[in-house]
Design a binder for this molecule. Structure first.
Ligand code: P6P
Length: 343
C-alpha cells in the first residue's frame, strides 16, 4: 500500500491534547501556536500535579505547609507544589508574559525578553478544594487566559490581569477525581480530555461539551441557608418541591469542591450556587480565577453565569483577589432562578 494511503490508516480516533491543539491551530491559518503551546504547558504541569495528588497521604506532602496564603487559609504543601509547577512551566514556556495565582499575593511579570514578547497572561487557582486533600475528595486546578492589553516587549502590568471575563481567550480546569480530566473552552467550544495513564497523555474523551438546558441537580451549601437572601431561600425551597419545573424535587449534590460540582453539573445539567450572605455579601469564591473561568466555559457550553445581579463575564475587576457570588449552570434553571431574584 503506497505510503500516502497508509498514512490515512493511522488511528486518528484517540487524539491527544497536543494533537488537538495543533489541529485547532492548523484550522486557523493566522494562529501563531502560542495559545496551543500555553495549553500544552498547563497540561504538562497538571500531569505532574496529578502524580502527587494520586500519592498524597503516602508521602509527607499532606498537612499544612506552615504558611498562610493571602486568603488567610492554611496552605497545604500540595497547593505550593501545584502553584510552583504551573509557575515554572509558564515562566519557561514561550507563550505567557505573567501570572496571577490564588497562592500569590500579587501578580508576577516574568519580565524576560521572551516572556515580555508573549501575548498571553494566565490566572489560576492551582489546587482548588485543597481542604479536601486529606479526605481524598476530588480537587482541581482552574485557569483563565487573557491576551495582554499592554504593549508587547514590556513587562505586564496589573491592567493585563484586571480584565472583564468576556475578554478571556480560553479558560479551563483539571479535575483530579475518579479519573483526571482537563476541560477547556475557547469561543469555538468546550472539549474534555481524560488522562490516559498508559501513555501519560490527556486524550480527547468529551468533544464539544454542551450543558443541558435543564437539569435536576442543585448545588449549594445548605448550612448557610438562613444567611442567604430571602429570594435565594425561596428558589432553593422550590427545588425541593414536587411541582418544581422538570419534575421535582430535585437532587441536592454538593461536594464542597467547585471543580467537581461544576464539572458534574456541566455534563449532567444542574445549577451551582455560592451566594453572598449577610456577613459576606460577596460570598467566598474569587472572581478572576474561579468564577470567570467557569462562567466562560458554562456560557460557551450554552448555560448562564451571574453574580445574582449581572453576568459574571461583564464584571470589571478592581483587584486581583476580589470575591463574587456565583450562580452558574443550565440555562433553564438559571432563568428560573432569575424569576425569583427579580421579584
Ligand atoms: P464552603 C473550596 O475551598 C472552595 O473554594 C470551592 O471549591 C467550593 O465550592 C467552596 O470553597 C466550598 O465552600 O463554604 O461551602 O465549604
Amino acid at each position: 500500500m503506497p505510503f500516502t494511503e497508509s498514512i490515512h490508516m493511522v488511528n486518528r480516533k484517540v487524539q491527544t491534547l497536543d494533537e488537538f491543539t495543533i489541529q485547532q491551530m492548523r484550522d486557523f491559518p493566522h494562529a501563531t501556536g502560542e495559545l496551543a503551546s500555553l495549553l500544552r504547558d498547563i497540561g504538562l504541569a497538571s500531569k505532574r500535579v496529578n502524580v502527587e495528588v494520586n500519592k498524597a497521604g503516602l508521602v509527607d506532602i499532606l498537612g499544612d505547609a506552615g504558611t498562610v496564603n493571602v486568603q488567610g487559609e492554611d496552605v497545604k504543601k500540595l497547593d505550593i507544589y501545584a502553584n510552583n509547577q504551573l509557575m515554572g512551566v509558564l515562566k519557561h514556556g514561550i507563550s505567557c508574559a505573567g501570572i496571577g495565582s490564588e497562592e500569590l499575593d500579587d501578580f508576577i511579570a516574568f519580565d524576560d525578553p521572551v516572556s515580555n514578547n508573549s501575548k498571553y497572561v494566565c490566572l489560576f487557582d492551582p489546587l482548588d478544594g485543597s481542604g479536601n486533600i486529606d479526605v481524598n475528595v476530588s480537587i482541581g486546578t482552574i485557569f483563565s487566559i487573557f491576551r495582554r492589553v499592554t504593549p508587547l516587549g514590556t513587562p505586564v502590568t496589573k491592567e493585563d490581569f484586571l480584565q472583564p471575563g468576556i475578554n478571556q481567550v480560553a479558560a479551563g480546569y483539571v479535575v483530579y477525581g475518579s479519573s483526571t480530566m482537563l476541560v477547556y473552552g475557547t469561543r469555538r467550544g468546550v472539549n474534555g480530555f481524560t488522562l490516559d495513564q498508559a501513555i501519560g497523555e490527556f486524550t480527547l474523551s468529551n468533544p464539544n461539551i454542551t450543558c443541558p438546558d435543564h437539569g435536576r441537580i442543585y448545588s449549594v451549601n445548605h448550612g448557610f441557608f438562613y444567611q442567604y437572601d430571602e429570594r435565594v431561600q425561596q428558589y432553593i425551597t422550590a427545588c425541593q418541591k414536587k411541582d418544581a419545573t422538570n419534575g421535582g424535587p430535585y437532587t441536592q449534590r454538593y461536594i464542597g469542591s467547585m471543580v467537581a460540582d461544576l464539572h458534574r453539573n456541566l455534563i449532567k445539567g444542574g445549577i451551582f450556587m455560592y451566594p453572598g450572605t449577610k456577613d459576606k455579601p460577596n460570598g467566598k469564591l474569587r472572581l478572576l480565577y474561579e468564577c470567570n473561568p467557569f462562567a466562560f466555559i458554562i456560557e460557551v457550553a450554552g448555560g448562564k453565569a451571574t453574580n445574582g445581579v449581572e453576568r459574571i463575564l461583564d464584571i470589571q475587576p478592581t483587584h486581583l483577589h476580589q470575591r463574587s457570588p456565583l450562580f452558574a449552570g443550565s440555562r433553564g434553571m438559571m432563568e428560573e432562578l432569575e424569576t425569583f431574584l427579580n421579584k
